[in-house]
Design a protein around this ligand. Structure first.
Ligand SMILES: [Zn+2]
Length: 157
């Protein structure tokens, strides 16, 4: 026979529906014969029903929204930085391609193939170097303007 002490330990679990069928049956049988335990089981069941009726805790209003906005902002900044890097990489590659492609042309124009390997600094060489530097500076400015423009558009949006 189950003592009241043994059963009392199980009453809260029985009310919550957390007992295995054997133990549940034992509690039911004991509560059928024992008014004290039956009363306590009633109380536990009342409490369990009350707890089930309580609304599931929800995050305070706006917290989820703010977190999502922050995540989107961070993601947007990351995308912008990636885009800026891509633009810069493209401009650098473009400048290098331009430099490499235009070098032989300038050399041919300035003195033919024979002078390719000379280190003589002709006025044409200076002009070429100046144009190349100008191209790089223009590319850098273009990259900065593009980045600034994009950031402003994002802020206005
Ligand atoms: Zn009892």
């Amino acid at each position: 026979m189950n003592s009241c002490d043994d059963i009392r330990d199980l009453l809260s679990l029985a009310a919550a529906g957390a007992l295995d069928p054997d133990a549940d049956e034992r509690v039911s049988r004991h509560a059928h014969d024992c008014a004290a335990c039956a009363a306590e089981l009633d109380n536990w069941q009342l409490l369990a029903r009350g707890l089930r009726r309580l609304p599931t805790p929800q995050p305070a209003a706006g917290v989820v929204e703010r977190a999502r906005a922050r995540a989107e902002l961070a993601f947007g900044e990351e995308a912008e930085q990636r885009w800026n890097r891509n633009v810069l990489a493209f401009l650098i590659a473009f400048a290098w391609t331009l430099t490499v492609l235009s070098w032989p042309i300038v050399r041919i124009l300035s003195g033919g193939f024979a002078s390719w390997f000379t280190t003589r600094l002709t006025p044409t060489w200076y002009a070429f170097a100046g144009l190349t530097a100008l191209g790089w500076v223009a590319g850098g400015i273009a990259a900065m303007v593009l980045a600034w423009h994009q950031r402003r558009e994002r802020r206005l949006a």
